[in-house]
Ligand binder design. Structure first.
Ligand code: COI
Length: 357
């Protein structure tokens, strides 16, 4: 499919203070769009000026949340090359979400090509500062103007770009996490493994409660017994217990994070013992009491590697590694960001270089 390009006649001023970008507030000059219609497939791929969508108030996505999304980043290297991290993984995962929400699949190879074109047009928007990047948000919405509940016949696939700094204002300083015991995020058979807006809407009440208690994020437990650790609001979670890296196994209600998967591959390549298994919150508390809870960190595209300094479960408040980033978390952070920003060799074939092709 050809991609039509219409460039803006009124480019916006780019941010001058890159230390103050925040996350997800600023958007670039252009976006990618393609449409879908039953019988016609995906068509009319185009890069056009960023702006409001032509969408009816009755559009199905606004009522029944038939929507999926992804998140990845473009990084600037010291030689001014622009790099993406495993972009094909994001589009493959988008198709996993599509299947669950009965949204037509996209062609991951074509989407990587479209993203390459869009990022190349917007390359001057990729921040120059270490730790800042161009956050990329692909998403698909159901567009039929109809109030009945069924899969839609028309969709839009859109990619927007946002120059961003750290997701947490604390940066690499440890975050405080509150273990939610009342609300649940997802259950097996539900949509927890997909990236769909509804999962994040379901997380807001718990997040609100956590904020009221001065915690920045929620750690979700399983939806049935509320015993087993699942994930944090915007990240997967890892524990280092007695030297072993442990993360909850993917059993249907947890997002299959691309950073999660990369951290596991990286840690194994260093010879660390890594287990993907069911982990009870009680086991975490017992390890803490026994002095064996060495480090805790979250992983995500937006959050990168985010050390956890405090974990509150009921009345128990656990302070991890003196509320400082631990040596393994730091090594993983340095290696992942080193590859992403082109400072370290990519031994895994994870880096995709943006070109003007
Ligand atoms: C990401 O890490 O890219 C996400 O999509 C999480 C989002 C809540 C910011």
């Amino acid at each position: 499919m050809d991609i039509r390009i219409e460039l803006t006649k009124s480019p916006k001023a780019k941010p001058t203070d890159e230390s103050n970008l925040g996350f997800g507030h600023i958007f670039t000059d252009h976006m990618f769009i393609m449409d879908y219609e039953t019988g016609k497939g995906w068509h009319d791929a185009r890069i056009v000026p960023y702006g409001p969508l032509d969408l009816m108030p009755s559009a199905m996505c606004l009522h029944y949340a038939q929507e999926v999304f992804e998140g990845l980043k473009a990084y600037r290297t010291a030689n001014d090359e622009i790099q993406l991290f495993r972009p094909e993984e994001n589009f493959k995962r988008l198709n996993v979400s599509n299947q669950r929400l009965v949204i037509p699949e996209i062609d991951p190879e074509f989407c990587v090509e479209a993203l390459n074109k869009l990022v190349n047009i917007e390359k001057d928007w990729v921040p120059h500062t270490d730790g800042a990047s161009l956050y990329i948000r692909p998403f698909i919405i159901a567009c039929d103007p109809f109030l009945g509940v069924r899969p839609a016949d028309t969709y839009k696939f859109i990619i927007i770009l946002s120059p961003s700094g750290a997701y947490y204002s604390t940066g690499l300083n440890p975050v405080s996490i509150y273990v939610e015991q009342n609300y649940v995020r997802a259950v097996q058979g539900g949509m927890g493994f997909t990236k769909t807006g509804g999962n994040y809407a379901a997380s807001l009440a718990g997040q609100d409660e956590a904020h009221k208690q001065n915690y920045s994020q929620v750690l979700w437990l399983d939806g049935i017994e509320k015993k087993y650790v699942e994930e944090v609001g915007s990240m997967n979670i890892f524990f280092i217990i007695d030297g072993e890296l442990v993360t909850p196994e993917l059993q249907g209600s947890i997002l299959s994070g691309i950073t999660r998967k990369s951290v596991i591959e990286l840690a194994k390549s260093w010879g660390l013992k890594v287990s993907e298994r069911r982990i009870a919150i009680q086991e975490v508390a017992d390890a803490y009491d026994a002095g064996k809870l060495d480090e805790v960190f979250g992983t995500g595209t937006a959050a990168v590697i985010s050390p956890v300094g405090t974990l509150k479960w009921g009345d128990k408040v656990m302070t991890i590694n003196d509320n400082k980033i631990g040596p393994v978390s730091q090594r993983i952070y340095d290696t992942m960001t080193g590859m992403q920003y082109g400072k370290l060799e990519d031994k895994f074939g994870w880096i995709y270089k943006v070109t003007d092709k």
